[in-house]
Ligand binder design. Structure first.
Ligand code: GRF
Length: 207
């Protein structure tokens, strides 16, 4: 049975599209049963609609409190029988009620190597600028489970890319994004197939 996934995204949704494409190619035993976005003008919404995936616009600002926001998210996830939450460029921290309820059932992709280039405020070009300014010779992607701290949960997979002398953050971002598109689905497929085992911070199993 296909793993029932909800995808959360705030932006363009190129990772989301790459996952949809893999599913349509028959490589991914997942069903995208729900898309949740906090920004109604995000292109990711169009990608969901084109793929006939139900969408929900749930923004924290619509709610009087964090716990009402969490309640709405949890009710929606339950309504669609979501088994795995896939963050794909979701720019909001999930409420801890959601993180605790979906313990080891939320994945994220980060456009840098953790724990070196992550944490609050480290997203998008901030990551690539920091990598270049530091003088690191490699960057890459980190796919990880989500816990209550930013960019902190157990690491499922990391793939490196070289940092070239000529790189600016745009060039590095493109190289990293290509690797994101080529690999996020593999981690989700490994989870869908039950190949992943977690012991403390360590994640075992081939992605
Ligand atoms: C990606 O770089 C991902 O690593 C990060 O957010 C970005 C989303 O990009 N979490 P896109 O919307 O999938 O193009």
């Amino acid at each position: 049975m296909a793993l029932r996934c909800a995808v959360f995204a705030s932006g363009g949704g190129s990772n989301f599209q790459a996952l949809i494409d893999r599913k349509n190619a028959g490589d991914l035993d997942a069903e995208f049963v729900l898309f949740v976005g906090n920004n109604s003008s995000a292109a990711a919404f169009d990608k969901a609609r084109t793929a006939s995936i139900p969408t929900l616009h749930i923004a924290p600002s619509h709610f009087e409190s964090e716990s009402l926001y969490a309640k709405k998210l949890l009710e929606s996830l339950e309504e669609y029988n979501v088994e795995l939450i896939v963050l794909a460029g979701y720019m909001r921290k999930l409420p801890s009620e959601v993180v605790l309820r979906y313990h080891h059932r939320i994945v994220n992709i980060h456009p840098g190597l953790l724990p070196a280039f992550g944490g609050k405020g480290m997203y998008g070009s901030h990551v690539h600028d920091a990598v270049i300014e530091y003088g690191a010779k490699v960057s890459g992607i980190t796919i990880h489970f989500v816990d209550e701290e930013y960019d902190h949960g157990p690491i499922i997979a990391q793939i490196t890319v070289p940092v070239m002398d000529s790189d600016d953050s745009h060039a590095l971002a493109e190289r990293v994004l290509t690797v994101e598109h080529g690999n996020y689905w593999k981690a989700i497929q490994a989870i869908a197939c039950g190949r992943i085992r977690i012991e403390g911070r360590r994640v075992f199993g081939n992605v």
